[in-house]
Design a protein around this ligand. Structure first.
Ligand code: GLU
Ligand code: ZN
Length: 481
């Protein structure tokens, strides 16, 4: 058993699809807070909504957490002293706890049919009332109801007190109060014996000794139900901390329709893990020294919920692009090349790419742009004669002659180096009285098929004489066809 004062945080995702970037955002703060205090970060799988659960979703949540370097200390995959960590493996516990509430008079059996419940809902809505249960079964005789429950389908509901103010102190927002009169007699145990979120989350957070419930602000409105459960079970309330939700640039809640909601989208675009974590942190927190670029370790040292700002954090991808660039320039080359390998087309020869990398490093935004930017390092480009003529501003015949002269000049070089290539081609340009732009752009286009590349002479050097000559000949042949 761990000491009472140990910091234990958790994320409690429902496995309903691909891992959401919001889960990673949440996990970041849970992880950082636990590590900062020498505590433990736990993952619990909340899979009691059987209609929504997707079997593969659990494994990809672990994959995403590990990919982002936020590996839990305890969980279904990781073990621990407080398992099982998957709610569908804990059904007996929820039933026992629901029973305890029945016995203590804080919960009751409800036998209402779905038809009756929807009539009640409709009638209330027509009268402009919130769609709450009308407490029809709350007045049943407990002994009779218990007997009836032996044979008849039922749910178990929470007894919410009348005319009370329910208050808790949120770690970020201070005291938050609710009138109990607008809190529904929530279903705790469904007719299939599965718990609802509200019962399961309270039972589990308590039994798993969670010290800080750090979760999204969308759960604030559920908290009064949880407060009552903690009270009825006679348990201490953990510190509740409701963090702001990620938003689209138009401030709407981040959703599939708008933003890039999958945690893997960022990986597949080639945003570096360091950049994504750094980016998410800067959405809600400023480094105390004003640094914009910082690591997960920096966060563990310095992060403090007191300095978290609550305005909706915006998924501003321009900012992420900028941070990714910062990280591309900062990461150690060895680490970086590893990451680049995943995006670099296999056909690109490593030595060509390495020679040119310093020029890409300053320009590259996302690693997913690499194939387009580097394709010419692997394969001969398709260059249309029209585009070449337009760039060169020469007659077709003159252009063909020029390309032949370039080939000759390069072939006669004694050493194949950026500087010797540059000197020779500049001499040729002067001798032919060409303007630099058409003279060099024409070569670039003929050899790479692109009008924007790293500096031309570096590109030629990296490609090697043989390839360059082959491509110049090809361009020339196409012109004269
Ligand atoms: N299962 C809930 C979710 O999917 C967990 C909410 C909580 O953290 O209490 O977000
Ligand atoms: Zn009922």
């Amino acid at each position: 058993m761990q000491s009472e004062s140990m910091v234990r945080t958790r994320i409690a995702p429902s496995p309903t699809g691909y891992p959401h970037i919001g889960t990673i955002f949440q996990a970041l703060f849970d992880y950082v807070y636990a590590k900062k205090h020498g505590g433990r970060f736990i993952i619990r799988i909340e899979d009691t909504d059987r209609k929504r659960a997707v079997p593969e979703a659990e494994a990809v949540i672990y994959e995403a957490l590990e990919y982002y370097g936020l590996k839990p200390d305890e969980g279904p995959k990781y073990g621990g002293d407080f398992g099982p960590y998957r709610q569908s493996d804990r059904l007996d516990l929820y039933r026992d706890h629901a029973q305890k509430l029945i016995v203590s008079g804080h919960a009751y059996y409800c036998f209402c049919s779905p038809e009756r419940l929807s009539q009640v809902r409709q009638a209330r809505q027509q009268n402009g009332l919130p769609p709450m249960y009308d407490r029809h079964c709350r007045t049943l005789d407990p002994a009779q109801a218990a007997a009836q429950a032996q044979t008849q389908s039922h749910v178990i509901r929470l007894k919410v007190p009348d005319h009370e103010t329910l208050t808790f102190s949120d770690g970020l927002r201070g005291p938050i109060s609710f009138a109990s009169d607008v809190v529904d007699d929530q279903v705790l145990l469904k007719s299939d014996g599965f718990p609802t979120y509200h019962l399961a989350v309270v039972v589990d957070d308590h039994l798993m000794q969670i010290s800080h419930v750090i979760r999204g602000e969308e759960w604030i409105s559920s908290t009064p139900k949880h407060l009552l459960l903690y009270r009825y079970f006679n348990w201490d309330l953990p510190q509740m901390i409701h963090t702001p939700l990620l938003r689209n640039p138009d401030r709407s809640k981040i959703s599939k329709r708008h933003g890039h909601t999958s945690a893997f989208w960022y990986r597949d675009q080639g945003y570096l893990v360091e950049a994504v974590l750094n980016f998410m942190a800067t959405r809600v927190w400023n480094h105390p020294d004003g640094q914009e670029v910082f690591t997960l370790d920096d966060m563990i040292k310095l992060f403090d919920f007191n300095q978290m700002h609550l305005q909706g954090p915006i998924m501003d991808l321009k900012k992420l692009d900028w941070l990714n660039g910062q990280w591309l320039r900062r990461l150690d080359d060895r680490i970086l090349f590893d990451r680049l390998q995943a995006f670099l087309p296999a056909a690109v020869p490593a030595d060509r790419f390495k020679a040119l990398w310093p020029h890409y490093q300053d320009r590259l935004v996302k690693l997913a742009d690499l194939p387009e930017l580097t394709g010419y390092l692997a394969a001969d480009p398709q260059v249309s004669p029209a585009a070449l003529i337009k760039e060169a501003k020469m007659a077709t015949q003159d252009l063909a002659v020029y390309l032949a002269q370039v080939s000759q000049t390069l072939t006669s070089l004694k050493t194949w180096q950026v500087t010797t290539i540059e000197t020779a081609l500049r001499q040729l340009q002067t001798k032919l009285k060409l303007k630099p732009r058409p003279a060099f752009m024409t070569i670039r286009l003929a050899v790479t098929g692109q009008s924007a590349t790293p500096p031309l002479f570096d590109v030629l050097a990296a490609l090697g004489l043989k390839t360059v000559i082959k491509r110049l000949n090809l361009a020339q042949k196409n012109l004269l066809k």
